[in-house]
Design a protein. Structure first.
Length: 335
């Protein structure tokens, strides 16, 4: 079977992880990545043997000053040599016009507007994206909310839900953003996450509020759900999450009491870059009262959308069923 040729435009937090994940798939080939500036990330990519296609703004010989031995044409050449592009540029930068002009399919990220393409979370709506020219893998937070709420809805039914998002200030490498010393509520309700979940789960009545806090180590969601079919069986909820793909139960009894310990656990598991693409639900935070279910979940913002990008490529290129794609992607990433 010939491999699908994939290009990655934008090689930052998400792009570099997606590029590495593509290289692990037996049905995909990474054609290359773009460089917007020459920096340590591009140098590391060059060292891995990844082909680099500079944006036009970069001067012809500049790569040599950064110890990068060769580059390959320009970003436009990468697009022309690819069957599909994963665009991981910063929010509202996506180069849709380039892809339209060249008739190339593209996957965008959650920082783009919902009308950029079919919104996508693998385990919720893979079929909706079958053969789509443009797909938007929704944000890390929306992805995490959809994974667990879809599972709860399928088993118990969700009348309505509320989630408070406690959001990391910046990614670990990012010295430019904060807060450094304050808790900052998002002073508009609902935050955009609730409406964004509806682009995946149209019938989900979810109201979200959000606070940014001084950490780089994951987001936490505090979720309460009004169930259609109330239960008193906490073990049943635990089993539900245990059997839901890309959801991982974590336990106080194992010494996992914080996002710091989740990420230490990921490193101990030997995960690439210490990533934890699964949504982590603390068993001890699952509570039931009358018809309400409560739980706390943690989201590794740098990695939870990576498997979704791989599945989105297979959906767009009609490569295999959703279940098969999730199986292949999980296996390759050790999920
Ligand atoms: N980080 C997260 O927590 C996270 C989680 C889920 C989804 N997302 C979404 O994923 C997308 C990418 O976010 P990110 O965090 O990966 O961003 P990032 O780390 O800032 O990386 C962006 C990449 O795009 C390049 N770039 C910047 N401006 C460009 C331009 N005008 N043309 C071409 N390339 C350009 C950057 O190169 P230089 O560094 O050389 O400028 C960098 O390689 C966004 O839509 C974001 O909302 C982010």
């Amino acid at each position: 079977m010939s491999k699908i040729k994939v290009g990655v435009v934008g090689y930052g937090t998400i792009g570099k992880r997606v590029a590495d994940a593509i290289r692990l798939q037996d049905d995909m080939e990474l054609v290359g990545i773009t460089a917007n500036t020459y920096n340590y990330k591009i140098k590391a990519a060059n060292k891995k043997g990844i082909k680099i296609f500079p944006m036009r703004g970069l001067s012809d010989k500049d790569h040599l000053n950064h110890g990068i031995d060769s580059v390959h044409g320009h970003a436009e050449d990468l697009i022309e040599q690819s069957d599909i592009i994963v665009d991981c540029t910063p929010k509202k930068t996506g180069y849709k016009k380039w892809y339209e002009k060249r008739g190339v399919k593209a996957i965008f990220q959650g920082g783009e507007k919902a009308d950029m393409g079919t919104s996508f979370v693998s385990q919720c709506n893979y079929a909706d994206a079958w053969g789509a020219d443009y797909i938007r893998v929704v944000s890390c937070n929306t992805t995490g909310l959809c994974r667990t709420l879809k599972a709860v809805d399928s088993t118990y039914g969700v009348k309505q839900a509320h989630a408070t998002l406690i959001r990391r200030a910046a990614d670990p490498w990012d010295i430019y953003h904060g807060p450094v010393n304050a808790l900052v509520p998002h002073l508009v309700v609902p935050s955009h996450h609730g409406p964004d979940v509806k682009t995946i789960l149209p019938n989900m009545e979810l109201f979200t509020t959000s606070v940014s806090v001084p950490t780089t180590l994951m987001h936490i969601h505090s979720i309460s759900v009004d169930l259609e079919m109330p239960t008193v069986n906490i073990e049943g909820v635990v089993d539900l999450f245990r059997s839901t793909t890309r959801v991982r139960m974590v336990y106080n009894s194992d010494g996992i009491r914080s996002t710091a310990e989740i990420l230490e656990y990921a490193k101990d598991l030997g995960r690439e870059r210490g990533d934890m693409p699964e949504v982590c639900v603390w068993k001890e935070t699952i509570g039931l009262k009358n018809d309400k279910l409560f739980y706390l979940q943690a989201i590794h913002q740098e990695s939870d959308v990576v498997p979704e990008n791989i599945d989105a490529i297979r959906a767009a290129c009609k490569m295999c069923s959703g279940a098969e794609s999730i199986r292949k992607t999980n296996l390759s990433l050790g999920i």
